[in-house]
Design a protein around this ligand. Sequence first.
Ligand SMILES: [Zn+2]
Ligand SMILES: [Zn+2]
Length: 242
Amino acid sequence: MTSWKKYERFVAELCSEDYQSTGTTVIPNAKIKGCLSKTIRQVDVLIDSRFGDDRDRRIIVDAKKYNRTLNVKDVESFHGMMIDFSSKVGILVCPNGYSTAAKKRAQDFINLKIVSLEELEDIDLESWDDCLSDNCNEKSKRGLVLWDAPMGIGSSASPVSISCIGKCDVCGDFHIWCWDCGKKFSLSDESEAKCNCKHPWFWLTATEDDEASSNDNEQSTSVYLLLVTPLDALIADRKPLS
Ligand SMILES: [Zn+2]
Ligand SMILES: [Zn+2]
């Protein structure tokens, strides 16, 4: 892995620590359609509402892998990207600091954050799981799974069971890790899967219109990860498409 790729990945990990369990989802290397450009664009990390569209919660994070300091133009082009992603808050991460003008241009809605390359040295690469999806079958480009905090799933029929949800940072596929049987598996979009346990539920992915869309211009859609129980289909996670 190149050190910049590792840097990007480390930044995603930091975002995940900062933003998990607050009703938000952290998507590494997200690809969504810009509201102005009408083009699919990539952003290093997308932090978004987990259960439905809420643009007020959207934060985009870009890791600027520059050996120089950030300048005012870097901040300006990032601001343009924020507008295209309809994100009101942004975080620009860089290893080598920023100019005074860059700081002023960032104002309050762009957070300039320094993460030094030295911080990468303590990272344990072993704790990152390879993507399990067929969409990442080219070994040289296989992605890594970014896991969320463990979540409890309860039902009256069985005691609480613990699972983790993750997303691949290359193909974006959802991953599930069941702590009861230890099985880890991926779900491509529009599919369903179960672990080895005899739980009365299964996992399903579906592309659906967002309810309560806060995007005035057009209906937004997302890929939803649903936990389907005998009684209900609960939203477990979400990947917005725009
Ligand atoms: Zn993948
Ligand atoms: Zn299981």
